[in-house]
Design a binder for this molecule. Structure first.
Ligand SMILES: *Cc1c(COP(=O)(O)O)cnc(C)c1O
Length: 386
């Protein structure tokens, strides 16, 4: 036995229920295998075809990149954001949002969240505006977009670009519109555990041709029009470079998987929604457990976070759940608590700090069924006395 395993860790009486995982079917695997058979692995026609499918879905131009963080980074760079600039972003997000901002040399300004949706609180953001503020990055936490209209009004009023971190929200609709089909710039992640995956990967969607053109080049080391060459299975030899670029493009292997997963979007979305609805039904009658009240006819959930009101020993609870074969998570440690992003002179983020203490994410992925959910919630409620 691995000596680092304590007695509180999972014993294999029943298979560990993972917090999240990729779930691939035979079509996904065949799609990847066919690229391997073709032996054109890098960026070529598969990426072109995946982008076309996505552009058709969103009704706007799409650029595929190596991951969601790269999409955010290139979006910010294309907006001209750099050293000396500030970007408003909720502290309760994956560190990827913050790293993408600081990668440009700009400063991420951690903002507080709303109690009910865990999305950015515009009133708090307003207090953090300076003459250096250039953009706001709303994070579609767990798949919901909060009050996105208010965010866009706020941005308009203060002349800010809006870069949506939509990593959690592929498939979600707002009003009757798909997230990504409207607004300024939307960035998605196709990481292995996101709503759909290309095994790492991401994309940027925007109506702004200048942004899209800029990102098409910046993902390929800034080589102008290299995208066109590669989609024709060629390379550029006599080329021009006009900006700082990065090695952030997508490969044919990734795109083939992405295309196949995208084909399954309805099936995948429905399953995630059904599982979340089942959790919701159970927790609605438990006063000490707060859920995010998503409308799952519109939201496709990436994670299932709950708030355990008044809990003081979350880590003990997590360990006990692990002994019952249930892996849990905490989305996320707020970024203003991280050394690299901590600023002792900024005003406190009360809601973020309160919510963080009580947050717990329960398993959500396609291999779960309602029996698993019942087992998870029964086990949780046995441990969490209310
Ligand atoms: C996953 C994620 C990202 C980044 O996506 P990667 O593909 O992992 O780089 C950004 N923001 C949030 C909130 C995420 O969950």
């Amino acid at each position: 036995m691995d000596p680092t395993h304590s007695s509180l860790e999972h014993h294999p009486m029943r298979e560990l229920i993972r917090l999240s995982k990729s779930t691939l079917d035979q079509t996904d695997k065949s799609a990847v295998a066919s690229v391997l058979d073709n032996e054109y692995l890098g960026m070529g026609n598969e990426v072109n075809l995946f982008e076309k499918k996505l552009a058709n879905y969103f009704g706007r131009p799409v650029v595929c990149v190596s991951n969601g963080t790269a999409a955010l980074h290139l979006a910010l760079q294309a907006c001209g954001i750099g050293p000396g600039d500030e970007v408003l972003v909720q502290s309760l997000t994956y560190v990827a949002s913050f790293q993408a901002i600081s990668a440009t040399g700009a400063i991420p300004i951690p903002c507080d969240i709303l109690q009910d949706t865990y999305t950015i609180d515009c009133r708090d953001a307003e207090n953090r505006l300076t003459t250096r503020t250039k953009a706001i990055m709303p994070v579609h936490y767990s798949g919901g977009v909060g009050n996105l209209d208010e965010i866009y009004n706020f941005a308009m009023l203060h002349n800010l670009r809006v870069i949506e971190d939509a990593a959690h929200a592929f498939g979600t609709t707002y009003g009757n519109k798909k997230v990504g089909s409207f607004g300024d710039i939307s960035c998605f992640s196709f990481d292995g555990i996101k709503n759909i995956t290309s095994g790492e990967g991401g994309c940027l969607v925007s109506e702004d041709e200048e942004i899209v053109d800029c990102v098409r080049n910046s993902r390929l080391l800034g080589v102008v029009n290299d995208t066109v060459s590669r989609y024709n299975s060629k390379r550029s030899w006599d080329f021009e470079v006009e900006q700082q670029g990065w090695r952030y493009h997508m490969s044919n292997i990734m795109a083939a998987l992405g295309k196949s997963q995208f084909q399954r979007l309805d099936e995948i979305s429905l399953k995630r929604q059904e599982l979340a609805i089942y959790y919701d039904k159970i927790f609605k009658s438990i006063p000490n457990v707060a859920i995010i009240n998503h409308d799952y006819t519109k939201v496709v959930p990436h994670i299932y976070p709950i708030r355990l009101k008044g809990i003081t020993n979350r880590e003990t609870l997590r360990k006990r759940l692990l002994t019952k074969g249930i892996e849990t998570g905490v989305h996320y440690k707020p970024n203003h608590h991280l050394k690299y992003y901590h600023n002792s002179s900024s005003t406190p983020l009360h809601v973020t700090d309160c919510v963080y203490k009580e947050l717990l994410s329960l398993p959500l992925h396609l291999d779960l069924d309602f029996n698993d959910i019942s087992y998870i919630t029964d086990s949780l409620l046995e441990e969490f006395v209310y």
